[in-house]
Design a protein around this ligand. Structure first.
Ligand SMILES: NC(=O)c1ccc[n+]([C@@H]2O[C@H](COP(=O)([O-])OP(=O)(O)OC[C@H]3O[C@@H](n4cnc5c(N)ncnc54)[C@H](O)[C@@H]3O)[C@@H](O)[C@H]2O)c1
Ligand SMILES: *[C@@H]1O[C@H](CO)[C@@H](O)[C@H](O)[C@H]1NC(C)=O
Length: 447
């Protein structure tokens, strides 16, 4: 909710081909009609040449996407060149050549992406990050995460997943064995302000990533983040993978559900190994400022009232909060159990795994209990305001059935909300007090 104050992703669907090229062609065709035959064919050949020249997608598209991003206020970092390629290659090289994987992590400057990239690097895998550093929430936090990855030996390329030329280049330079695709427009309420950003990143962006993966040789296995929000209006608990997911309550949920269907297509047609992970409310150090546990902490410390949502008839709103380290272990296990893609050169050679797992914690906690824990950890009493939950996308209750992930990924969450929030609060106080002293008062504005 607070996050809506910030401008959003370069949301609009990108027009790869500027209008004036089309207008150009139309004018040419119009003039043609009054000319004799020979001149017609000369003109036709010229027009064809012009059209091919102007509309040829590569390598111009890389420049055009840069200028589109610049015009939308996202700084465009140039990419390419021998030094850049060397950096990409070295970041993506596994330490242990025999068993090490080479993983492209999209959304690496994000909350989950940073933790997953760091964990994979720590155990010896080669890791390359990709993120567009959009301003949905404070980009300074994303840059701080990138600095941390930099120190761990992970290079995060600045670019959009919709930049097909960039993705092609990355797969040309590195034969990635896995893609962990976490880049997305997250958050439920922001869709009211900027629906296009959800389509841009979660639908078009996912297709761009799957297109690149399918065309790569060797094809990587893909692990990507869906969401518990696909369970939508379901009231049967706990939520199991086989339950219906055709009643989303938000555009965010609808784009994640669409993503699951799109993933199935790429698995079916191209033999891509694809694992979808339905995360349940992930929290922890380096978390997302648009999530309740995060801005409750900020508001409690500032003495600002916190809104506690209630369902109809004062029903409690609860979430299956899942600690980041548990999610990371689930992601890494999904990489290790992914199974191979079978295609090559865009052709399928056999069936490949298509899987979906819940990654939750199996113990929902009410929002008022969340606030009580924060009060106790911060040693500050919250000013509480009970508010009827608006019908703008949030569901009342989430609770994961993790039997499947337990069985197949040996996924076992071990951190309860109390001890997880303790680690979050410690990080929060440290991060904002040190960024306050480093950057003056700027560090305080998290949105
Ligand atoms: N955190 C949760 O509770 C939660 C719950 C369910 C699902 N998920 C999913 O998990 C994934 C990671 O979430 P998170 O909490 O780390 O969010 P996040 O916003 O911190 O991370 C996403 C990152 O992707 C980047 N990004 C967005 N659009 C992009 C684009 N078009 N090109 C390149 N980069 C782009 C953003 O800059 C951001 O750094 C997302 O797919 C999210 O939908 C998260
Ligand atoms: C949990 O999911 C498994 C399938 O993975 C299913 O067999 C089981 O019935 C579900 N349990 C509940 C309580 O819904």
């Amino acid at each position: 909710m607070d996050a809506d104050a910030a401008p959003s992703t370069p949301g609009k669907w990108k027009m790869e081909k500027p209008h004036h090229h089309y207008r150009h062609r139309l004018i040419l065709l119009h003039r043609l009609q009054n000319l004799p035959k020979l001149a017609f064919w000369t003109f036709f050949a010229f027009a064809l040449f012009l059209a091919v020249f102007l509309l040829w997608p590569s390598p111009r598209s890389h420049f055009s996407s840069g200028s589109v991003r610049r015009s939308l206020g996202v700084s465009a970092a140039p990419w390419g060149g021998p030094a850049w390629e060397k950096r990409v290659r070295s970041s993506a090289s596994a330490r242990r050549v025999s068993s090490g994987k080479s993983v492209l992590v999209t959304g690496a400057a994000g909350f989950v992406g940073m933790h997953v990239a760091a964990a994979l690097k720590r155990r010896g895998d080669g890791v390359l990050g990709l993120d567009n550093f959009n301003a949905y929430y404070d980009p300074a936090l994303k840059r701080a995460r990138r600095a941390l990855l930099d120190r761990a030996g992970v290079f995060v390329v600045e670019g959009d997943i919709n930049d097909a030329a960039l993705l092609r280049k990355l797969f040309d330079v590195v034969p990635f064995t896995h893609v962990v695709h976490l880049a997305a427009q997250a958050g439920v309420r922001h869709a009211l302000a900027d629906p296009g950003s959800y389509i841009h990143s979660n639908v078009a962006g996912l297709v761009a990533v799957l297109e690149a993966a399918k065309a790569a040789d060797p094809q990587p296995a893909v692990v990507w983040a869906s969401s518990s929000s696909v369970y939508g209006l379901n009231s049967k608990v706990p939520f199991s993978e086989a339950d219906r997911t055709d009643r989303p309550a938000s555009l965010y949920a609808a784009t994640k559900k669409a993503g699951e269907e799109i993933a199935h297509v790429y698995n079916h047609i191209y033999g891509l190994s694809i694992t979808g992970l339905r995360f349940f409310t992930v929290y922890g150090p380096w978390g997302r400022p648009d999530m309740a546990y995060f801005f409750f902490t900020r508001d409690i410390l500032r003495g600002k009232p916190v809104s506690i949502f209630e369902g109809p008839d004062h029903a409690t709103v609860a979430r299956d909060f899942t600690y980041i380290d548990d999610i990371v272990r689930g992601c890494v296990a999904a990489v290790d159990h992914a199974g191979k893609s079978t295609g090559s050169g865009g052709k399928k050679h056999g069936s490949a795994p298509f899987r979906i797992y819940n990654l939750g914690n199996t113990s929902p906690v009410s929002v008022s209990d969340l606030v009580s824990i924060l009060e106790q950890l911060l040693k500050v009493k919250a000013v509480k305001k009970l508010v009827k939950m608006p019908r703008n996308g949030d569901v009342q209750f989430t609770h994961a059935n993790i039997t499947l992930a337990q069985k197949e990924l040996r996924y076992r969450p071990t951190t309860g909300l109390q001890s997880g929030l303790k680690k979050f609060v410690r990080w929060y106080l440290d991060y904002y007090s040190s960024s306050l002293s480093k950057h003056g008062s700027k560090g305080r504005t998290t949105n």
